[in-house]
Design a protein around this ligand. Structure first.
Ligand code: AMP
Ligand code: MG
Length: 346
């Protein structure tokens, strides 16, 4: 069944009331956040959440993050809030940190994929928090893309995937961070990062002891603690490869591939410095994200650029990555998946 998808650009109270009402009554609405656009539905309503899985084609064992407008709102959703969780909430909410906590009976199994913990986040985005407040229920919201494709950071990218599938998209411009939230599990003696994201390990270490990554993130031999991490993700239409190194080495690696690809149409996601080395000799679709090594700039532009390269209908994509520190860990986790593992450290 095809619904007409309306993009709401005028963010006046009446319009936000309209989408909050739709959410409360079981519709799916795409909403902006500081990380990526989310596909929202009432997180206490199993039928509403079923519509999210249908619209995305999301595997049913991949649980949802519940979004709340303030700390108070999580109390009915959890059994307890350990001290470490309180510390994290105080330091990083509102913001791109998702915390899993033992769920109360109020939270349907549909939200958690049957897990005993529920994932919770308070977004640092005024329009989003307004909608959450007006809705008056926790809003389950995974990224607003078809499963497996790049996440959306603009309303247009949401529209490209969701047109005909959902009634409303709330357009608040491009997302400031550009990669998803960090998902953490709080243990008695520390914090485990299940998915790297907008809040870095270094930032967590400023406020709590014993921060470690889920072993799955480095070895992939074990099952991930966040079920979604095992799935293929973020794939652009064209095959993609990534290189990490200094600009001279990256430009040389690009040139080698470009020569092999002969007359095929390439797209290149690069730093300013690497662009300077390639621009006079290489033809193709370029996107320059910022200075070499700037993970914040790369995060901001990453998904937007993959969507743009899809629009341009290119034959292959080459990307210049950044080091695996700070926000670079989150970006390179996405880039590696977008490249299906074709990533080379020079
Ligand atoms: P997305 O909604 O696309 O941003 O993905 C949400 C991520 O959080 C996925 O990797 C999920 O598997 C993970 N997640 C959600 N809820 C839980 C939970 N209760 N326990 C562990 N991971 C979770
Ligand atoms: Mg997603």
């Amino acid at each position: 069944e095809n619904v007409e998808t309306k993009i709401i650009t005028e963010l006046i109270r009446d319009n936000l009331q309209l989408v909050a009402h739709a959410l409360r009554h079981g519709d799916v609405v795409a909403i902006p956040t500081e990380t990526v656009y989310g596909l929202g539905a009432n997180g206490l309503d199993t039928d509403a959440m079923d519509k999210i899985y249908a619209a995305k084609g999301r595997p049913s064992d991949n649980p949802l993050i519940l979004h709340v407008p303030n700390v108070e709102s999580i109390k009915p959703l959890v059994k307890e809030i350990p001290e470490t969780a309180k510390t994290l909430i105080k330091a990083f909410w509102p913001g791109p940190l998702t915390i899993t906590l033992p769920k109360s009976d109020l939270v349907p199994d549909r939200a958690t994929g049957g897990l005993a913990r529920v994932a919770l986040r308070c977004p640092d985005h005024d329009v989003c928090r307004n909608i959450l407040e007006l809705a008056g229920v926790p809003i389950a919201a995974p990224s607003a893309n078809i499963s497996g494709r790049p996440s959306p950071t603009t309303a247009q990218s949401v529209y490209d995937d969701m047109n005909g599938r959902i009634p409303y998209i709330v357009d608040a411009g491009i997302c400031t961070i550009g990669v998803e939230s960090t998902v953490v599990e709080v243990r008695d003696d520390g914090v485990t990062i299940l998915r790297p994201g907008g809040i870095t390990k270094e930032m967590l270490e400023q406020v709590v002891d014993n921060v470690s990554y889920d072993p799955f993130l480095s070895s992939q031999n074990e099952a991930p603690k966040a079920p979604g991490m095992k799935y293929k993700h973020y794939a652009p239409n064209a095959p993609m490869r990534a290189f990490i190194g200094n600009s001279k080495d990256v430009a040389e690696a690009f040139n080698n591939v470009i020569r092999e690809q002969e007359s095929k149409r390439g797209a290149f996601l690069v730093s300013q410095e690497t662009y300077e080395l390639l621009k006079d000799s290489v033809h193709g679709e370029f996107h320059v994200y910022g200075h070499s090594g700037d993970a914040v700039a790369l995060a901001h532009d990453f998904y937007k650029t993959l969507h743009h390269f899809n629009e341009c209908d290119v034959d292959y994509i080459l990307a210049e990555g950044v080091e695996n520190t700070g926000l670079g860990v989150a970006v390179m986790n996405r880039m590696e998946k977008a490249c299906a593992g074709h990533i080379i450290y020079l």
